[in-house]
Design a protein around this ligand. Sequence first.
Ligand SMILES: *Cc1c(COP(=O)(O)O)cnc(C)c1O
Ligand code: SF4
Length: 331
Amino acid sequence: MQPQAAAPARWQRLWREAVRDPRELLGMLELPEAAVALSDDAAAEFPLRVPRGFVARMRKGDPHDPLLRQVLPLDEELRPMPGFALDAVGDAAAKAGTGVIRKYRGRALLIATGSCAVHCRYCFRRHFPYGQETAAAAGWRQTVDLIRRDASIDEVILSGGDPWSLATDKLAELTRALAEIPHLKRLRVHTRLPVVLPERVDEALVGWIAALPWPLTVVIHANHANEFDAAVDAALARLRDAGAALLNQAVLLRGVNDDVEALAALSERAFAAGVLPYYLHQLDRVQGAGHFEVDDVRARALHAALAARLSGYLVPRLVREVAGDPGKRPL
Ligand SMILES: *Cc1c(COP(=O)(O)O)cnc(C)c1O
Ligand code: SF4
């Protein structure tokens, strides 16, 4: 007899039910195919994936919906763009071991897993060789040993992919091993799940957070105010109640959030949900994402207009990731 696997959590079922067919997505939004320049080739290269709850936040009948634009595979992705590369942020060069990136001083970035609940078309990791490179796939031991041997590391950043796509007991396995390393002081998780699949923040995850021996910072990723709804608010409240500090990073994206109104609304909406704006990233110049780029002159102007309008703590830092730099480069 096969050993019985634990019953999947509700979020895992919702994860599997994500929309993967671009034509089904258009149907749900009552959009005729002629309204968008859908690309099957782009979808073959980096498949569509979007949880149904996120689709429900898109406006019906609007081909320019800012949430739809982030996930729909379009012809524009196949247009060759000079300067847009496969490894846009130099991850290959910064690799210190399987699934560990030592690019930032004092911090170890752990590529915990390659999976994401949503596939963002602008993602700088859309070409990352996840199969071989994730720490979970390699078993944690090598990763944990590497961090143990380097006393200059005081913060572990779980990234990916989406680290919270791992089952909670898998996460607990990792943090139990990390808890034995005396020089670690902080844990950070970079995740889009509380926004795109808020059901992920379930009782088990909250229990995991409560048992951590370090302060936890959760950096969520929302690019537009419409990405928040009551379920997202509730998930974020559970995280805060468990003691996590919440920050948001966004990417400046043409046709999604490249105007002052949209950026101000994003900061205000995030704050209302208990999240402070952290970074506004200039797009990583990754192949297939060129049509999302906002040039630096406009980016700076938008950022200045935002600063003139909002309380200082609602203004994210405008930054770019530069290969080989020890940290984010302010624009
Ligand atoms: C920038 C970045 C970091 C390091 O972040 P800081 O907030 O600058 O310390 C870690 N992970 C990812 C994915 C990043 O983009
Ligand atoms: S959730 Fe993050 S890592 Fe995953 S596809 Fe979107 S931007 Fe990329």
